[in-house]
Design a protein around this ligand. Structure first.
Ligand code: SAH
Length: 241
């Protein structure tokens, strides 16, 4: 090949490399922009105020928690399927449930229903440590790999039935449940620290209330805060609670 042909091939290569870099930066930036819009239009506009929650929602890249073919929908105002009949919750619901727990930096939190790991990542940005339980082994393994690759060293995921909580790490300052049982699991209220808060969707398949519980002087105080729709809480054999 003549020298000039080599030179033009070399130029073409450099051009292609630069092109791939610029399109890659573009994609990154467009997600950043979409994320910022999501925070403004879906969260702040609807009353999410906690600076910690807002900054976590701005930082955590939701598109990394959804299946490849749904990445471009990651910042829309709704839940998305994550496989095995499960869903990643709507951004507003994630922010709302996190805010209502009034987390402090030193808090240790239990999550029931790891799913994609997105909610766990949001919690991990705000508090000291997150213990998360997932009943579907494949989803749990995926979340473990994903959270590890994103560098979250303060999240521990266990495969198992979260109805029973995680006794080895109890008591928890806060508990968040992202699947809906028909009644509040007794082990969870037992594993809540004095003064702690538990947020949980409770009800039938298509009619559920988000319930906030607080433990005050050993007693549980309850209030309903929002109508919601979550996937059911099931045991290891898929039977609903
Ligand atoms: N927090 C998740 C949302 C997951 S959807 C996220 O951010 O993506 C609810 C999850 O709860 C599903 O993955 C489902 O498999 C799981 N789940 C249902 N019953 C459970 C149980 N008894 N223990 C633990 N996880 C459970």
């Amino acid at each position: 090949m003549k020298k000039s042909a080599w030179t033009s091939m070399y130029r073409l290569q450099v051009f292609l490399i630069l092109l791939s870099f610029s399109s890659c930066t573009c994609a990154q930036d467009s997600y950043k922009e979409e994320r910022a819009k999501m925070v403004e239009n879906q969260l702040i506009a609807r009353g999410i105020r906690s600076p910690e929650v807002v900054s976590a929602m701005r930082k955590v890249e939701r598109h990394r928690f959804v299946p490849e073919h749904l990445k471009n929908q990651a910042y829309r105002d709704g839940p998305l399927p994550i496989g095995y009949g499960q869903t990643i919750s709507q951004p507003y619901v994630v922010a709302y449930m996190t805010e209502i727990l009034e987390l402090k930096p030193a808090d240790k939190v239990l999550e029931v229903g790891t799913g994609s790991g997105y909610q766990a990542a949001i919690l991990a940005e705000i508090c000291d440590s997150v213990f998360s339980v997932e009943v579907i082994p494949e989803l749990g393994q995926q979340a473990i790999r994903r959270l590890e690759s994103l560098g979250y060293a303060n999240i521990l995921v266990k495969i198992g039935d979260g109805y029973r909580g995680w006794i080895e790490h109890a008591p928890f300052d806060a508990i968040i449940v992202t699947c809906a049982p028909g009644r509040i699991p007794e082990p969870l209220t037992q594993q809540l620290r004095e003064g702690g808060s538990l947020i949980i969707p409770v009800g039938e398949r298509y009619v559920q209330e988000l319930v906030l519980l607080k433990k005050k002087q050993g007693k549980i105080v309850k209030k309903s805060v929002l109508s919601v729709l979550f996937v059911p809480m099931v045991n290891e054999w898929g039977m609903p609670y």
